[in-house]
Write a protein that binds this ligand. Structure first.
Ligand code: DGL
Length: 263
C-alpha cells in the first residue's frame, strides 16, 4: 500500500513521523507545497485550488490512500479533494476532534490554528458533532517563527504567552471550563513543550498520533507489502525542505525532488 501525505510545507512531516511509527510497513510519498505556503492566510478558493492540484499529483504518483496532514487544507478543501481523486482521503480535523473527545473530561476544548482554519470553524463544528464545546484562536505568528527555527527563542515564548493568555481570558469570559488544548496546525507540535509549560493545567493534544492510529485501523493488513519506499517532493527549494524537514520528521531526509504544480 502506498500512502500519500500532503501538507502545504514541511509541518506535515510531524504526521508522517507518527504514520511511520503506526504504519511502518506502507510505502510513502510526501508532498510539501512549499512554493505556495502559507495556506493559512489565503482564501478558501485558493486553498482548494492548491490542495486539489497537490492531491492529484500524489494520486498520479500512485498513492492509494491520501492523508491530508495540513489542518488548513483539511478544514477548507477536504470535500474538493475527495471530489478530485478516486482514492480514500483522510483529513486531520475529524481525528483532532476525536482526540479532544477522548481526552476532555469537562467537554470543553480550546483549539489554536491558522487564521483560515479558525475562520472556517471546522474544529468548532467537528467538536460540536461530538458533544464538545470548542473555542478557537488564530495564532498566525507561530508558523513563521517555527519555520525560522525559533523554537526556544524569547520572542516565540512571548508571542505564545500573549496568544495563550488571550485565549484563556476569552474562555473564562465565555464560561468555558476547558481542560484540553488541540494543536490545530502542523507546526505547533514543535512548540508542544513550550505550550504545555505555559498552560500546565491543560492537556495538550495534537492530531498526528490520532490520525496515524486511524490510518492503521482503516488499512489493517492492507497497509503492508511495501518495499519501504519514502519519497519526498517539494514545490520550492529542496535544500530548505531537507534542512527544515529533518527537524519535523525527527530523522534525516536523504533526497527531496522538486515538482512544479503551476501557480
Ligand atoms: N500546514 C498548515 C496547517 O496545518 C500550516 C502552514 C500554512 O499556513 O500553510 O494549517
Amino acid at each position: 500500500m502506498k500512502i500519500g501525505v500532503f501538507d502545504s510545507g514541511v509541518g506535515g512531516l510531524t504526521v508522517m513521523a507518527a504514520l511511520l511509527r503506526h504504519v511502518p510497513a506502507a510505502d510513502y510519498v510526501y508532498l510539501g507545497d512549499t512554493a505556495r505556503l502559507p495556506y493559512g492566510s489565503k482564501s478558501q478558493a485558493t486553498i482548494a485550488r492548491y490542495a486539489v492540484s497537490s492531491a492529484r499529483f500524489l494520486a498520479e504518483e500512485g498513492a492509494e490512500f491520501l492523508v491530508i496532514a495540513c489542518n488548513t487544507a483539511s478544514a477548507l478543501a477536504l470535500d474538493a479533494i475527495k471530489d478530485a481523486v478516486r482514492v480514500p482521503v483522510l483529513g486531520v480535523i475529524e481525528t483532532g476532534a476525536n482526540a479532544a473527545l477522548a481526552h476532555s473530561q469537562t467537554q470543553d476544548a480550546l483549539v489554536i490554528a491558522t487564521d483560515a482554519t479558525v475562520q472556517s470553524h471546522a474544529y468548532e463544528r467537528a467538536c460540536a458533532e461530538r458533544g464538545l464545546r470548542a473555542l478557537e484562536k488564530a495564532c498566525p505568528l507561530l508558523v513563521p517563527l517555527v519555520e525560522e527555527g525559533w523554537i526556544e527563542h524569547p520572542v516565540t515564548l512571548e508571542v505564545l504567552r500573549i496568544y495563550l493568555s488571550e485565549l484563556m481570558d476569552e474562555a473564562v469570559a465565555k464560561n468555558l471550563n476547558a481542560d484540553t488544548l488541540v494543536l490545530g496546525c502542523t507546526h505547533y507540535p514543535l512548540l508542544r513543550s513550550q505550550i504545555q509549560r505555559a498552560i500546565p493545567d491543560l492537556r495538550v493534544i495534537d492530531s498526528a498520533e490520532a490520525t496515524a492510529m486511524q490510518v492503521a485501523a482503516a488499512l489493517g493488513d492492507r497497509a503492508g507489502g511495501g518495499a519501504g519506499l519514502r519519497r519526498f517532493y517539494a514545490t520550492d527549494s529542496v535544500d530548505k525542505f531537507r534542512r527544515l524537514g529533518s527537524r519535523f520528521l525527527g530523522e534525516e531526509i536523504a533526497g527531496v525532488e522538486l515538482v512544479d504544480l503551476g501557480g
